[in-house]
Design a protein around this ligand. Sequence first.
Ligand code: PGA
Length: 266
Amino acid sequence: MRTPIIAGNWKLNKTISEAVTLTTALKALIADDTDVGVIVAPPFTALSAVSDAIAGSNIHLAAQDVYWEDSGAFTGEISAPMLKDAGCDYVIIGHSERRQYFGETNDSVNQKVKAALAYNLKPIICVGEQLEEREVGQTEAVIESHITGGVAGLSAADLSSCVIAYEPVWAIGTGKTATPAQAQEVHNFIRGLLTKAYSAEVASQICIQYGGSVKPENAAELMAQPDVDGALVGGASLEAESFAKIVLSFNHQLDSVINVKARVDG
Ligand code: PGA
């Protein structure tokens, strides 16, 4: 029912020419695989070039952040209409690295989500607990505050344009993935929160991605969980082959995985 969405978050990586090379290689590997949504999120400087490179393909474009004002004296910021103009359909908002290093709060996340929606950009809202929070049993409280803060004031129609990404901070870039059971537990909790705040019908339609050290080797078992609807991939999205393998594991087609393996291996 829910179409899986796999997004590659390139973070602070790739020049314009490197980004185009990666996109071109990826396009060739996943061209026939249209049962899943595929998104790449290059740095701002490469958005426009990648937009040209994905034209006519099944790949969509996301930015990694957005500011809530449209224009004005806000040095260094990028607005939703600018992202739209550069070819974006999605924008990642509230990534844990933004929360940790750049002062992002639930309130700023919420303002950015509303700004994105006003310009028809689909927000990918990131939520996730830190290791210390998990260890003292605060996972659900943290997730609840990220979700309720992030979607505050959104109508059901607005929410249905959003993607949620559950990314336990302790699993990001560490090689430590949440177990499929740990991921499922939190994804199910998030769907429960959305059911309470909206309705079971609305909650059942929302794509909830898992993020944190997703690799070709663990993607299939994560995807097998009933509430895991895709992935937000960092490190493994920087190589076309590994990202394509993850995309195909979510495609629910074993023969496609074998096919891409054949394509990648030679
Ligand atoms: P990772 O990053 O796959 O390198 O752990 C995921 C993310 O931060 O979105």
